[in-house]
Design a protein around this ligand. Structure first.
Ligand code: GDP
Length: 194
């Protein structure tokens, strides 16, 4: 059935790429902290606490893995741009995520979350440049669509796409709180993992 919730189960957390379990196919979600990543994973699964359960304090710098009943893994990468973490954590974070994104053979798609209300930040732009430079497959997902007024939507969509150096139609706009386009993203994840 099209658009039905993704039957995701929390599998485990890892701090290093070599700790990750075997997987047939994998998709990853990245974005700066507060972009709405946990809310989106919960919305995709239609579960209120799925991503938050694993994001207990002190585990936020971990790679969290969720398995899909039909096969495949959804990976929740730590949010970038932590203001509060100590310097050494921030220094370790980059290489860990970069290592994962570059080396993980099973990784078929990286969803880069950008806040639909505020548009791409400098860190988002850097992430996109880096993904392009390394020719890694990625899709930009704009979050919090419900926060953009109807009268501003057209302009906002154009601005956000421009800021990401993409065409308007390349960006998937979603609202986790109102359910907007969540069905579409579920189908996309299923397609990538099948
Ligand atoms: P994370 O740090 O990326 O995991 O972000 P969260 O999922 O914790 O969301 C950060 C904040 O944005 C929270 O206050 C959420 O309630 C809010 N938020 C997330 N998604 C949406 C959305 O689709 N619409 C609105 N209006 N707020 C959202």
């Amino acid at each position: 059935m099209s658009g039905r919730p993704l039957a995701l189960q929390f599998h485990s957390s890892a701090t290093r790429t070599d700790q990750l379990p075997e997987s047939d196919a994998e998709v990853a979600f990245v974005g700066r902290s507060n972009v709405g990543k946990s809310s989106l994973i919960n919305a995709l699964a239609n579960r209120k606490q799925l991503a938050r359960v694993s994001n207990t304090p002190g585990r936020t710098q971990l790679i969290n893995l969720f398995t899909l009943d039909s096969g495949g893994t959804v990976v929740d990468l730590p949010g970038y741009g932590f203001a509060k973490v100590p310097g050494h954590v921030r220094r370790d974070w980059g290489p860990m995520i970069e290592g994962y994104l570059l080396d993980r053979e099973e990784l078929v798609m990286i969803y880069v979350l950008v806040d639909g209300e505020i548009g791409p930040t400098k860190l988002d732009a850097q992430m996109l440049d880096w993904l392009r430079d390394n020719e890694l497959p990625h899709t930009v997902v704009a979050t919090k669509m419900d926060k953009v007024k109807s009268s501003k939507k057209r302009t906002r969509k154009r601005e956000l796409a421009d800021g990401c150096q993409l065409e308007v139609g390349d960006v998937v706009w979603v609202s986790s709180s109102k359910g907007g386009n969540i069905d579409q993203l579920r189908d996309l994840v299923r397609t990538h993992l099948s």
